[in-house]
Design a binder for this molecule. Structure first.
Ligand code: ADP
Ligand code: MG
Length: 443
Protein backbone atom coordinates (compact mmCIF):
# COMPACT_ATOMS: atom_id res chain seq x y z
CA UNK A 1 0.00 0.00 0.00
CA UNK A 2 2.63 2.66 0.88
CA UNK A 3 4.66 1.51 -2.10
CA UNK A 4 1.64 1.87 -4.39
CA UNK A 5 1.02 5.42 -3.20
CA UNK A 6 4.71 6.21 -3.59
CA UNK A 7 4.68 4.80 -7.13
CA UNK A 8 1.99 7.23 -8.20
CA UNK A 9 3.80 10.03 -6.37
CA UNK A 10 6.97 9.16 -8.28
CA UNK A 11 5.09 9.27 -11.56
CA UNK A 12 3.99 12.81 -10.80
CA UNK A 13 7.36 13.88 -9.40
CA UNK A 14 9.05 12.63 -12.53
CA UNK A 15 7.16 15.26 -14.49
CA UNK A 16 8.18 18.04 -12.13
CA UNK A 17 11.90 17.58 -11.64
CA UNK A 18 14.67 17.29 -14.18
CA UNK A 19 15.56 13.85 -15.47
CA UNK A 20 19.00 14.07 -13.89
CA UNK A 21 17.56 14.95 -10.50
CA UNK A 22 14.99 12.23 -10.74
CA UNK A 23 17.59 9.61 -11.59
CA UNK A 24 20.00 10.78 -8.91
CA UNK A 25 17.71 11.33 -6.00
CA UNK A 26 14.35 9.69 -6.50
CA UNK A 27 14.64 6.61 -8.66
CA UNK A 28 16.11 4.51 -5.86
CA UNK A 29 13.49 5.24 -3.22
CA UNK A 30 10.56 3.26 -1.84
CA UNK A 31 7.41 4.01 0.11
CA UNK A 32 7.71 1.90 3.25
CA UNK A 33 5.24 3.07 5.79
CA UNK A 34 2.13 5.16 6.09
CA UNK A 35 0.55 5.57 9.46
CA UNK A 36 -1.58 8.40 10.78
CA UNK A 37 -0.22 11.51 9.16
CA UNK A 38 3.28 10.47 8.35
CA UNK A 39 4.53 8.90 5.18
CA UNK A 40 7.93 7.26 5.35
CA UNK A 41 10.13 7.02 2.28
CA UNK A 42 13.17 4.73 2.30
CA UNK A 43 16.26 6.21 0.65
CA UNK A 44 19.68 4.71 0.03
CA UNK A 45 21.83 7.14 2.04
CA UNK A 46 21.85 10.00 4.50
CA UNK A 47 23.10 12.25 1.72
CA UNK A 48 20.04 11.50 -0.39
CA UNK A 49 17.80 12.02 2.65
CA UNK A 50 19.36 15.42 3.29
CA UNK A 51 19.14 16.45 -0.30
CA UNK A 52 15.51 15.50 -0.66
CA UNK A 53 14.66 17.17 2.60
CA UNK A 54 16.40 20.38 1.66
CA UNK A 55 15.31 20.59 -1.91
CA UNK A 56 12.17 18.63 -2.58
CA UNK A 57 10.46 18.35 0.77
CA UNK A 58 7.53 20.62 0.03
CA UNK A 59 7.02 19.27 -3.46
CA UNK A 60 7.01 15.70 -2.18
CA UNK A 61 4.74 16.62 0.68
CA UNK A 62 2.31 18.37 -1.63
CA UNK A 63 2.31 15.54 -4.12
CA UNK A 64 1.70 12.89 -1.48
CA UNK A 65 -0.94 14.98 0.26
CA UNK A 66 -2.79 15.40 -3.03
CA UNK A 67 -2.78 11.69 -3.69
CA UNK A 68 -3.81 10.78 -0.17
CA UNK A 69 -6.36 13.53 0.06
CA UNK A 70 -5.11 15.20 3.23
CA UNK A 71 -1.97 16.79 4.52
CA UNK A 72 0.74 14.33 5.47
CA UNK A 73 4.24 14.81 6.82
CA UNK A 74 7.09 13.09 5.06
CA UNK A 75 10.05 11.35 6.66
CA UNK A 76 13.04 9.89 4.92
CA UNK A 77 14.56 6.79 6.35
CA UNK A 78 17.94 5.45 5.38
CA UNK A 79 18.00 1.82 4.20
CA UNK A 80 18.31 0.36 7.72
CA UNK A 81 14.81 1.59 8.29
CA UNK A 82 15.62 4.21 10.91
CA UNK A 83 13.69 7.34 10.00
CA UNK A 84 15.69 10.54 9.91
CA UNK A 85 14.12 13.60 11.41
CA UNK A 86 11.65 15.47 9.29
CA UNK A 87 13.02 18.85 10.29
CA UNK A 88 16.62 19.59 9.61
CA UNK A 89 17.15 21.75 12.67
CA UNK A 90 16.69 19.12 15.35
CA UNK A 91 19.30 16.52 15.91
CA UNK A 92 19.20 13.52 18.16
CA UNK A 93 22.05 12.73 20.51
CA UNK A 94 22.73 9.68 18.46
CA UNK A 95 21.34 6.30 17.61
CA UNK A 96 19.91 7.08 14.22
CA UNK A 97 21.44 7.65 10.88
CA UNK A 98 21.40 11.43 11.35
CA UNK A 99 24.40 10.96 13.58
CA UNK A 100 26.54 11.54 10.55
CA UNK A 101 25.79 15.23 10.97
CA UNK A 102 27.76 16.26 13.97
CA UNK A 103 25.41 18.18 16.29
CA UNK A 104 28.08 20.66 17.31
CA UNK A 105 28.78 21.63 13.74
CA UNK A 106 25.11 21.96 12.88
CA UNK A 107 24.43 24.00 15.97
CA UNK A 108 26.51 26.70 14.40
CA UNK A 109 23.84 27.20 11.77
CA UNK A 110 21.17 29.54 12.97
CA UNK A 111 18.26 27.46 14.14
CA UNK A 112 15.76 27.01 11.40
CA UNK A 113 17.59 29.04 8.75
CA UNK A 114 17.55 26.28 6.17
CA UNK A 115 16.38 25.94 2.60
CA UNK A 116 13.42 24.04 3.90
CA UNK A 117 12.09 27.13 5.64
CA UNK A 118 13.17 29.62 2.98
CA UNK A 119 10.28 30.48 0.69
CA UNK A 120 11.44 31.20 -2.85
CA UNK A 121 9.57 33.88 -4.77
CA UNK A 122 9.86 36.75 -7.18
CA UNK A 123 11.74 38.95 -4.70
CA UNK A 124 14.55 36.45 -4.10
CA UNK A 125 14.43 34.34 -7.27
CA UNK A 126 17.93 35.07 -8.54
CA UNK A 127 19.63 35.00 -5.15
CA UNK A 128 17.93 31.72 -4.35
CA UNK A 129 18.96 30.14 -7.65
CA UNK A 130 22.52 31.42 -7.19
CA UNK A 131 22.66 29.94 -3.69
CA UNK A 132 21.66 26.55 -5.05
CA UNK A 133 24.12 26.91 -7.87
CA UNK A 134 27.15 27.54 -5.66
CA UNK A 135 26.22 24.42 -3.73
CA UNK A 136 26.20 22.48 -6.98
CA UNK A 137 29.49 23.90 -8.22
CA UNK A 138 31.45 25.37 -5.31
CA UNK A 139 34.34 27.54 -6.39
CA UNK A 140 32.93 27.66 -9.90
CA UNK A 141 31.99 30.70 -11.90
CA UNK A 142 30.05 32.46 -9.14
CA UNK A 143 32.92 33.15 -6.82
CA UNK A 144 32.41 35.08 -4.70
CA UNK A 145 28.65 35.13 -4.58
CA UNK A 146 27.73 38.54 -3.22
CA UNK A 147 24.18 38.90 -1.86
CA UNK A 148 22.94 42.35 -0.94
CA UNK A 149 19.63 43.78 0.21
CA UNK A 150 17.93 45.92 2.79
CA UNK A 151 17.71 44.73 6.34
CA UNK A 152 15.25 41.90 6.93
CA UNK A 153 15.14 40.64 3.37
CA UNK A 154 16.63 37.22 4.10
CA UNK A 155 20.40 37.59 3.64
CA UNK A 156 21.37 35.87 6.87
CA UNK A 157 18.76 33.18 6.35
CA UNK A 158 20.04 32.35 2.88
CA UNK A 159 23.67 32.41 4.02
CA UNK A 160 22.98 29.96 6.82
CA UNK A 161 20.93 27.76 4.52
CA UNK A 162 23.98 27.49 2.27
CA UNK A 163 26.18 26.74 5.29
CA UNK A 164 23.79 24.10 6.52
CA UNK A 165 23.52 22.27 3.23
CA UNK A 166 27.24 22.52 2.49
CA UNK A 167 28.05 21.01 5.91
CA UNK A 168 25.56 18.24 5.40
CA UNK A 169 27.39 17.39 2.20
CA UNK A 170 30.62 17.04 4.07
CA UNK A 171 32.24 20.34 3.11
CA UNK A 172 34.45 22.25 5.49
CA UNK A 173 32.41 25.39 6.14
CA UNK A 174 33.25 28.59 7.94
CA UNK A 175 30.20 30.77 8.44
CA UNK A 176 30.81 33.97 10.32
CA UNK A 177 29.97 37.65 10.44
CA UNK A 178 32.33 40.44 9.42
CA UNK A 179 32.24 41.55 13.04
CA UNK A 180 33.34 38.17 14.40
CA UNK A 181 35.94 37.98 11.68
CA UNK A 182 37.34 41.33 12.81
CA UNK A 183 37.36 40.33 16.46
CA UNK A 184 39.13 37.09 15.71
CA UNK A 185 41.64 38.87 13.57
CA UNK A 186 42.41 41.36 16.31
CA UNK A 187 42.75 38.53 18.79
CA UNK A 188 45.10 36.66 16.47
CA UNK A 189 47.24 39.77 16.13
CA UNK A 190 47.40 40.06 19.86
CA UNK A 191 48.29 36.40 20.31
CA UNK A 192 50.80 36.35 17.53
CA UNK A 193 48.82 33.66 15.78
CA UNK A 194 48.14 35.30 12.43
CA UNK A 195 49.53 32.33 10.53
CA UNK A 196 47.08 29.94 12.16
CA UNK A 197 44.32 32.44 11.58
CA UNK A 198 45.12 32.62 7.87
CA UNK A 199 45.54 28.91 7.59
CA UNK A 200 42.17 28.19 9.12
CA UNK A 201 40.32 30.39 6.66
CA UNK A 202 42.43 29.37 3.73
CA UNK A 203 41.59 25.71 4.12
CA UNK A 204 37.82 26.13 4.06
CA UNK A 205 35.71 24.78 1.22
CA UNK A 206 33.11 27.44 1.95
CA UNK A 207 33.80 30.79 3.55
CA UNK A 208 30.58 32.64 4.31
CA UNK A 209 30.71 36.15 5.72
CA UNK A 210 27.61 38.04 6.80
CA UNK A 211 27.26 41.83 6.80
CA UNK A 212 30.58 42.69 5.21
CA UNK A 213 29.74 46.43 5.39
CA UNK A 214 30.94 46.15 8.98
CA UNK A 215 34.50 46.24 7.62
CA UNK A 216 34.02 49.83 6.55
CA UNK A 217 37.01 51.84 7.77
CA UNK A 218 38.91 48.80 9.08
CA UNK A 219 41.76 48.89 6.65
CA UNK A 220 43.91 46.22 8.24
CA UNK A 221 41.13 43.67 8.50
CA UNK A 222 40.22 44.42 4.90
CA UNK A 223 43.78 43.75 3.83
CA UNK A 224 43.75 40.46 5.65
CA UNK A 225 40.48 39.46 3.99
CA UNK A 226 41.92 40.30 0.58
CA UNK A 227 44.74 37.82 1.20
CA UNK A 228 42.35 35.12 2.28
CA UNK A 229 40.24 35.88 -0.78
CA UNK A 230 43.14 35.46 -3.12
CA UNK A 231 44.13 32.15 -1.59
CA UNK A 232 40.63 30.78 -1.55
CA UNK A 233 40.00 31.93 -5.07
CA UNK A 234 42.99 29.98 -6.31
CA UNK A 235 42.15 26.88 -4.35
CA UNK A 236 38.51 27.08 -5.58
CA UNK A 237 37.10 27.66 -2.14
CA UNK A 238 33.63 29.09 -2.48
CA UNK A 239 33.00 32.48 -0.88
CA UNK A 240 29.59 33.90 -0.16
CA UNK A 241 29.33 37.42 1.20
CA UNK A 242 26.32 39.44 2.26
CA UNK A 243 25.95 43.16 2.68
CA UNK A 244 23.28 45.79 2.97
CA UNK A 245 24.59 47.52 -0.15
CA UNK A 246 26.60 47.06 -3.32
CA UNK A 247 30.38 46.51 -2.94
CA UNK A 248 31.28 49.83 -4.56
CA UNK A 249 28.98 51.80 -2.29
CA UNK A 250 30.31 50.55 1.03
CA UNK A 251 32.15 53.56 2.39
CA UNK A 252 35.81 53.34 3.32
CA UNK A 253 36.55 50.04 1.71
CA UNK A 254 39.71 49.71 -0.32
CA UNK A 255 39.41 49.27 -4.04
CA UNK A 256 41.23 46.00 -3.76
CA UNK A 257 38.56 44.55 -1.53
CA UNK A 258 35.52 46.03 -3.25
CA UNK A 259 36.65 44.88 -6.67
CA UNK A 260 37.11 41.36 -5.31
CA UNK A 261 33.69 41.45 -3.67
CA UNK A 262 32.15 42.46 -6.97
CA UNK A 263 34.26 40.10 -9.05
CA UNK A 264 31.95 37.08 -9.01
CA UNK A 265 28.18 37.18 -9.09
CA UNK A 266 26.32 40.04 -7.41
CA UNK A 267 22.67 39.36 -6.64
CA UNK A 268 19.96 41.37 -4.95
CA UNK A 269 17.29 40.45 -2.42
CA UNK A 270 14.30 42.77 -2.78
CA UNK A 271 11.64 43.54 -0.22
CA UNK A 272 9.01 40.82 -0.44
CA UNK A 273 6.43 41.02 -3.20
CA UNK A 274 2.83 40.34 -2.30
CA UNK A 275 2.67 36.70 -3.41
CA UNK A 276 5.85 35.78 -1.57
CA UNK A 277 4.74 37.70 1.51
CA UNK A 278 1.55 35.71 1.56
CA UNK A 279 3.40 32.41 1.11
CA UNK A 280 5.82 33.29 3.92
CA UNK A 281 3.01 34.31 6.27
CA UNK A 282 1.07 31.16 5.45
CA UNK A 283 4.13 29.02 6.16
CA UNK A 284 4.85 30.83 9.44
CA UNK A 285 1.25 30.55 10.60
CA UNK A 286 1.21 26.86 9.75
CA UNK A 287 4.48 26.16 11.51
CA UNK A 288 3.24 27.83 14.66
CA UNK A 289 0.05 25.78 14.45
CA UNK A 290 -2.09 28.89 14.33
CA UNK A 291 -5.35 29.21 12.47
CA UNK A 292 -5.23 32.54 10.72
CA UNK A 293 -7.88 33.45 8.15
CA UNK A 294 -6.50 34.24 4.71
CA UNK A 295 -8.09 37.66 4.94
CA UNK A 296 -5.84 38.50 7.88
CA UNK A 297 -2.73 37.16 6.16
CA UNK A 298 -3.52 39.21 3.08
CA UNK A 299 -4.06 42.25 5.22
CA UNK A 300 -0.67 41.87 6.88
CA UNK A 301 0.98 41.21 3.52
CA UNK A 302 -0.50 44.41 2.18
CA UNK A 303 0.40 46.59 5.13
CA UNK A 304 3.94 45.49 5.84
CA UNK A 305 5.89 45.65 2.66
CA UNK A 306 9.39 46.67 3.52
CA UNK A 307 10.90 43.44 4.81
CA UNK A 308 10.22 39.87 5.76
CA UNK A 309 11.28 40.68 9.30
CA UNK A 310 8.56 43.29 9.50
CA UNK A 311 6.02 40.82 8.13
CA UNK A 312 6.98 38.24 10.70
CA UNK A 313 6.85 40.83 13.45
CA UNK A 314 3.32 41.82 12.52
CA UNK A 315 2.14 38.22 12.37
CA UNK A 316 3.75 37.45 15.72
CA UNK A 317 2.11 40.44 17.22
CA UNK A 318 -1.30 39.29 16.06
CA UNK A 319 -0.68 35.74 17.30
CA UNK A 320 0.55 36.94 20.69
CA UNK A 321 -2.39 39.27 21.02
CA UNK A 322 -4.77 36.40 20.26
CA UNK A 323 -3.04 34.18 22.77
CA UNK A 324 -3.12 36.74 25.54
CA UNK A 325 -6.71 37.71 24.96
CA UNK A 326 -7.84 34.14 24.35
CA UNK A 327 -9.74 35.25 21.25
CA UNK A 328 -9.59 33.72 17.81
CA UNK A 329 -7.71 35.52 15.07
CA UNK A 330 -9.91 37.58 12.79
CA UNK A 331 -9.77 40.98 11.12
CA UNK A 332 -11.06 42.84 14.17
CA UNK A 333 -8.40 41.31 16.36
CA UNK A 334 -5.68 41.92 13.77
CA UNK A 335 -6.60 45.58 13.50
CA UNK A 336 -6.50 45.92 17.27
CA UNK A 337 -3.21 44.09 17.61
CA UNK A 338 -1.56 46.20 14.95
CA UNK A 339 -3.23 49.47 15.85
CA UNK A 340 -0.34 51.16 17.57
CA UNK A 341 2.32 50.22 15.08
CA UNK A 342 3.12 53.13 12.82
CA UNK A 343 1.83 55.71 15.29
CA UNK A 344 -1.72 54.37 15.26
CA UNK A 345 -1.98 54.83 11.53
CA UNK A 346 -2.52 51.27 10.53
CA UNK A 347 -4.04 51.91 7.19
CA UNK A 348 -7.55 50.55 7.07
CA UNK A 349 -7.92 52.67 3.94
CA UNK A 350 -6.53 49.70 2.14
CA UNK A 351 -9.25 47.27 3.11
CA UNK A 352 -11.64 46.66 0.22
CA UNK A 353 -14.63 47.14 2.48
CA UNK A 354 -13.59 50.64 3.36
CA UNK A 355 -12.97 51.56 -0.25
CA UNK A 356 -16.38 50.29 -1.25
CA UNK A 357 -18.07 52.01 1.69
CA UNK A 358 -16.49 55.36 0.94
CA UNK A 359 -17.27 55.16 -2.76
CA UNK A 360 -20.84 54.03 -2.08
CA UNK A 361 -21.43 56.91 0.34
CA UNK A 362 -20.00 59.39 -2.14
CA UNK A 363 -22.37 58.26 -4.89
CA UNK A 364 -25.32 57.77 -2.56
CA UNK A 365 -25.73 54.07 -3.31
CA UNK A 366 -25.42 51.09 -0.99
CA UNK A 367 -22.23 49.00 -0.87
CA UNK A 368 -24.38 45.98 -1.67
CA UNK A 369 -25.52 47.66 -4.86
CA UNK A 370 -21.89 47.99 -5.95
CA UNK A 371 -21.53 44.24 -5.61
CA UNK A 372 -24.98 43.61 -7.02
CA UNK A 373 -26.61 43.53 -10.42
CA UNK A 374 -28.05 47.08 -10.71
CA UNK A 375 -27.09 48.71 -13.97
CA UNK A 376 -28.40 52.24 -13.52
CA UNK A 377 -25.91 54.93 -14.39
CA UNK A 378 -25.06 56.03 -10.88
CA UNK A 379 -24.46 52.51 -9.52
CA UNK A 380 -22.46 51.56 -12.59
CA UNK A 381 -20.22 54.60 -12.13
CA UNK A 382 -19.78 53.92 -8.40
CA UNK A 383 -18.82 50.37 -9.28
CA UNK A 384 -16.24 51.50 -11.82
CA UNK A 385 -14.70 53.98 -9.42
CA UNK A 386 -14.55 51.29 -6.71
CA UNK A 387 -12.80 48.94 -9.13
CA UNK A 388 -10.40 51.67 -10.11
CA UNK A 389 -9.48 52.51 -6.52
CA UNK A 390 -9.21 48.85 -5.52
CA UNK A 391 -6.77 48.41 -8.35
CA UNK A 392 -4.78 51.53 -7.54
CA UNK A 393 -4.73 51.41 -3.77
CA UNK A 394 -4.49 47.72 -2.92
CA UNK A 395 -2.42 44.79 -4.05
CA UNK A 396 -5.41 42.71 -5.05
CA UNK A 397 -5.22 41.04 -8.44
CA UNK A 398 -7.86 41.60 -11.09
CA UNK A 399 -9.31 38.17 -10.43
CA UNK A 400 -9.50 38.91 -6.72
CA UNK A 401 -11.15 42.26 -7.31
CA UNK A 402 -13.58 40.34 -9.48
CA UNK A 403 -14.38 38.03 -6.58
CA UNK A 404 -14.98 40.95 -4.26
CA UNK A 405 -17.48 42.38 -6.72
CA UNK A 406 -19.05 39.12 -7.88
CA UNK A 407 -17.70 39.61 -11.36
CA UNK A 408 -15.30 37.79 -13.61
CA UNK A 409 -11.83 38.87 -14.61
CA UNK A 410 -12.78 40.13 -18.07
CA UNK A 411 -15.61 42.29 -16.71
CA UNK A 412 -13.12 43.92 -14.34
CA UNK A 413 -10.67 44.54 -17.18
CA UNK A 414 -13.46 46.03 -19.28
CA UNK A 415 -14.62 48.30 -16.44
CA UNK A 416 -11.11 49.47 -15.69
CA UNK A 417 -10.60 50.41 -19.33
CA UNK A 418 -13.90 52.29 -19.35
CA UNK A 419 -13.20 54.30 -16.21
CA UNK A 420 -9.63 55.13 -17.21
CA UNK A 421 -10.93 56.39 -20.54
CA UNK A 422 -13.71 58.42 -18.90
CA UNK A 423 -11.27 60.00 -16.49
CA UNK A 424 -9.14 61.15 -19.39
CA UNK A 425 -12.01 62.91 -21.11
CA UNK A 426 -13.88 64.11 -18.04
CA UNK A 427 -11.79 66.29 -15.70
CA UNK A 428 -14.62 66.54 -13.16
CA UNK A 429 -14.71 62.79 -12.81
CA UNK A 430 -10.92 62.64 -12.53
CA UNK A 431 -11.02 65.30 -9.83
CA UNK A 432 -13.67 63.55 -7.79
CA UNK A 433 -11.82 60.24 -7.98
CA UNK A 434 -8.72 62.04 -6.76
CA UNK A 435 -10.70 63.53 -3.87
CA UNK A 436 -11.95 60.07 -2.94
CA UNK A 437 -8.42 58.75 -3.03
CA UNK A 438 -7.26 61.50 -0.69
CA UNK A 439 -10.19 60.91 1.60
CA UNK A 440 -9.25 57.23 1.84
CA UNK A 441 -5.68 58.14 2.69
CA UNK A 442 -6.88 60.27 5.56
CA UNK A 443 -8.99 57.49 7.06
P1 ADP B 1 18.66 40.06 6.78
O1 ADP B 1 19.85 39.24 7.16
O2 ADP B 1 18.60 40.38 5.32
O3 ADP B 1 18.49 41.28 7.62
P2 ADP B 1 17.24 37.79 7.77
O4 ADP B 1 17.87 36.71 6.98
O5 ADP B 1 17.65 37.91 9.19
O6 ADP B 1 17.37 39.19 7.03
O7 ADP B 1 15.66 37.59 7.65
C1 ADP B 1 14.73 38.23 8.53
C2 ADP B 1 13.65 37.24 8.89
O8 ADP B 1 12.86 36.95 7.76
C3 ADP B 1 14.19 35.92 9.40
O9 ADP B 1 13.37 35.44 10.44
C4 ADP B 1 14.08 35.01 8.19
O10 ADP B 1 13.89 33.66 8.56
C5 ADP B 1 12.87 35.56 7.49
N1 ADP B 1 12.91 35.39 6.03
C6 ADP B 1 13.52 36.20 5.14
N2 ADP B 1 13.33 35.76 3.88
C7 ADP B 1 12.56 34.66 3.97
C8 ADP B 1 12.00 33.75 3.01
N3 ADP B 1 12.18 33.90 1.69
N4 ADP B 1 11.27 32.72 3.48
C9 ADP B 1 11.05 32.57 4.80
N5 ADP B 1 11.54 33.37 5.75
C10 ADP B 1 12.29 34.42 5.35
MG1 MG C 1 21.31 39.66 8.56
Amino acid sequence: MPQKIWQSALEQLQLQVSKANYETWLSDTRGVEFSQDTFVVAVPSIFVAEWLRERLYSLIKRTLSNIIGRTVEVQFSVATGEPTLPRAQSYPDGGTSTKVLSPTKSARSKEGYTFETFIPGQCNRIAYAAALEVLESPGGKYNPLFIYGETGTGKTHLLHAIAHTARSRGFQVICTTAEQFTNQYVLALKNNSIDEFHERFRSADFLLIDDVQFLSGKAQTQECLVHIFNDLYHSSGQMVITSDRLPKTIPNVTNKLSSRLAGGLVVHLSPPDFETSLAILTAKATSSNAVVPTEVLRFIAMQFKSSVRELEGALNRVLTYAKLSGAKVDMTLALQALADIDGGKILPALTPKLIMDVVATHYGVSPDAIRGKQRDKRTALARQVAIYLLRQETRYSLTEIGKLLNRDHSTIVHNLARISQSMKTDPDLAASVERLRRELKRK
